[in-house]
Design a protein around this ligand. Sequence first.
Ligand code: ADP
Ligand code: ZN
Ligand code: ZN
Length: 728
Amino acid sequence: MPERPPSTARIALNRPLRRLFDYQIPNNLELEPGQRVSIPFGRQSATGLIVETGVEPPQGITLKPVHSAYEPWPALPAETFQLLAWASDYYQHPLGECLFTALPPALRRGRPATAKQDTWWKATAGPEALAGNAHRQRALLAWLQRQPHGASTSNLTAAGFSREQIRALHKRELIEETEAAKPTENPNDTASTQPGPTLSPAQQAAADQIPAPDTGFSASLVYGITGSGKTELYLHYLKQQLSASAQALVLVPEINLTPQTVARFQRYFGQRIVVWHSALNDGERLSTWLKIRHGEPVILIGTRSAVLLPFTGLKTIIVDEEHDSSYKQGEGFRYSGRDMAVYRAHLNQCPVILGSATPSLESYQNALTGKYQLIRLEERAGNASPPAINLLDIRSRPLEGGLSRPALQAIDQCLADGQQALVFVNRRGFAPVMMCFDCGHMVECPRCDTRLTYHRRDRAMRCHHCDYQTAATEHCPKCQSEAFKPVGQGTERTEDILATAFPETPVVRVDRDSTQRKGSIQGILKKVNTGKPCILVGTQMLAKGHDFPNVTLVIVVNADGGLFSVDFRAPEQLIQTLLQVSGRAGRGEKSGQVLVQTCHSDHPILKSLCRGHYLTLADQLLAERETGQFPPFRAMAIFRAEADTMEKSLALLDMIKPQARVTGNEVWGPLPALIARRADRHRAQLVLCCDNRKRLNHVLGHLCQNLDQQKLPAGVKWMIDVDPQETG
Ligand code: ADP
Ligand code: ZN
Ligand code: ZN
């Protein structure tokens, strides 16, 4: 009998290489795809993931053997593996890096797949035991007292408390370690959960249209206007339909900004809720990852990358605010969390529910063609009614810090009525430009083709496109003139103006600068939720799913930024942002109004915005996209190049252009990017549009293969962005 040839395995490494590596499987090892192994690599050892076993061993080459397997089970079970392999091909990103994205950092580094025991706590005293202004610690005690079986450190951090707060309370002996709660009969832990309001007939009708978790694949687009009670709908759906042993995934654009959402889910599902987002530490990530992998019946609330986790009992996927551009990863593995959620539901044969008050044109088009079921929820929940939107033409009006007299009067009236106002500004910092009125000099970033933003609080000039910053000066750096002044509006400036105009009223700023510290958003939300009159000033962050019941007035300082942009998505994004931010008004008992300041009050987009019906606007935008043959009517990908000179970037794109030009493919460019130089890299792009997605994928695959085999000039880098969100 001839000796059986040794079995071989094809292995992926966490490297930006479009190739796999073959190894021999020692006789004492049984390996399957998705398993994590240690292999010799060069002079070191590396962690790899098995892609395939039993491949034909290459002739005449002796393969090195795999050292060992980390665990006897695949870190990536079949569906997760399939999902990532599909994404690697669809987004043209190396398989190894795609697969490793689904592992927590500890497992990427070759650590064992065992989690530290999560400490369980119970309260030994109530919040009244704490004097002074330890508000968060008091809140923690109150929260913990409501949990009949106590709670673990990770439950507490998921609820928005910090490890420092836990430590401080432990030191004071106000909480103590306890036995871990035994998994209860009902993981929904009804004892500790409080039901919310009963669904309105409209909500119930919508809920009834969503197919049950065990009915196979289905995709539903819930178009529910702001404040229509979509979150409540998801909660009821899961409570009524999800079986006690199943897993569910709820994707949200940003967790840290919307701790209220997690809290609402916890009220319904108690400790069944786990979270996944970028602020978790390595230990927390590993322990959550293990729960998911081992099929614990959790409901995971997570940002984009949560869709890649190795669920084994996933029965429902919800994508909240599905239009949000943060679902698309902007660098490296440029996947869309939303689109992968739909594919994942396909693989898992379960329902996926996409929800938004302003659905993306892609999803809406899928609803129109019948790929998705469209579920409408067009009245507000409770007693709230949608806000009235009015344009305020500011062409010849004097402005104070960007605000017109009628806008200031409206704020005054709103505060006098005991309500809260929200002022939306689309830039952070004090002013986007510092300009000399003598010599015309404007301060630019030395590394990018952009101007520096003036941050007055920190007396700094900062680039919002790279990490450059320098001290602000009082005189023009070029001619020393004193006529050196800020131009344009940023949130800091509007905050100052409002604080001067309304000295009695708290003004709360919400932007990336004011929310950087962990937990700061909680403090801000708490202040707002007291319901006392205040003015909120902020960027897009304020548009994201917050529920401020006492805000009755929304002012948009300037709506004109997106009206004349070259980006084909700009009108869609402008409308979405304006409607989302408007949707913060009048969510409680009292009705709301929105004032949009503009210099173009006769612009058709803004005029339709006032009529307020998003789907009508979406129909118009889709018609324009169809005329221009833009997505979703054709598939698009951008081939980007960057180098130390623009010539090199353009030369690379010129070289590949002929290969990209195949039948059915339209190629635009190469052209320098909108911000041509960024962090001293010169960027250019080639845009590919194709009637047929498969063909586009095929062309991109070829381009990658060819480029991989060529030696490119030093310092030249290229990348592909499939279904790009930003086309500048
Ligand atoms: P959305 O997610 O669509 O913005 P939410 O689910 O946050 O809406 O609901 C908006 C507000 O209306 C919340 O304060 C919520 O508690 C309240 N609400 C939702 N559904 C109901 C209902 N059936 N009865 C009373 N209030 C409700
Ligand atoms: Zn000057
Ligand atoms: Zn810069």
